[in-house]
Design a protein around this ligand. Sequence first.
Ligand code: 3EB
Length: 335
Amino acid sequence: MTSLTQATSTRSTRSISCTYSSTAPAQLLSADDVLAVVDFGEPCRDAGTPGHYKSGLLPLQDPTTVEAWRSNLPLEHGAEGGCYWSANDELLFAGLYVDEQRHPSQREAIQRAYEQLLGLVRQRGYPHLIRVWNYMADINQGSGDQERYRQFCLGRFEAFRAMGYELQQFPSACALGHSGGDTIIYLLAARVPGIHFENPLQISAYCYPGQYGPASPSFARATLANWSGGRQLYLSGTASITGHESRHDDALEKQLVETCHNIDALLQHAGKQLDAASPLRMSLLKVYLRHAGQWRAARAVINTHFGTDIPALYLQADICRRELLVEVDGICNLD
Ligand code: 3EB
């Protein structure tokens, strides 16, 4: 079994790569090839350093694990319009902490935050979104359409609309609940468009019926980026949903098997569309669990399904639908 983390000295052979690491964020960020570090300690709060994102999620296996994003191309970093960014010739990684207290409502806070991020990516010349990560406190708090996840979806949708993005341009994404602090939104954007994919077993999220909230979630099931150093497929958070309905309420193993089945279907579909010479295989996995105590049970299912060679990070996080216990995302490096 390969170890979860890799040595600090691993230089990327790609214009972007992601590995799990146990090296301290400050040390990682001092290297000239590091685009960004996503830190999983709590709380979610502005670290004051471009490229260092404190997500507020809790790693369940090794508390020191961070996500290290590297590039083999020259990098530039900056802060503007309330956003941090790091970029090379092909792509831009940006993040924004949202202090909801400074806005009349959560919905407006999220809409403004998305408008700032979308404004930044355009202004810097990377208007095409590939992947967005959204982590917020108390994601399931509030009832009916007032639930925080649903209000988040509304704010995000309004921003995409205001900024002129079509449904077909929505990127892959995930939206999860953390243990406390601000909302963080970070993203990967490109100079040229990616290719977005839907899952044949699921209704497109942006077409979910009104029972799930006042605005459908704005994301694609996966996005392919065609970097100079090789193609990458970014998977959205995938859960135990078929059609638009959650399956296997409150049964972890069954939900996870359904989730793996959804990922298989998505990879097969994308592979066929891309005329891939061999079946697409996951290169990196992230497993979000509502209940920390279930991570070993989850790992057993993941290992059976994907084998033990793919680095997998287990995190405690609340899933956006209350009945869901687990969600999985990841990256597939194609060539
Ligand atoms: C789902 O399939 C499960 O709102 O950005 C997965 C990925 C989910 C992204 C989002 C939500 C989001 O609907 C939840």
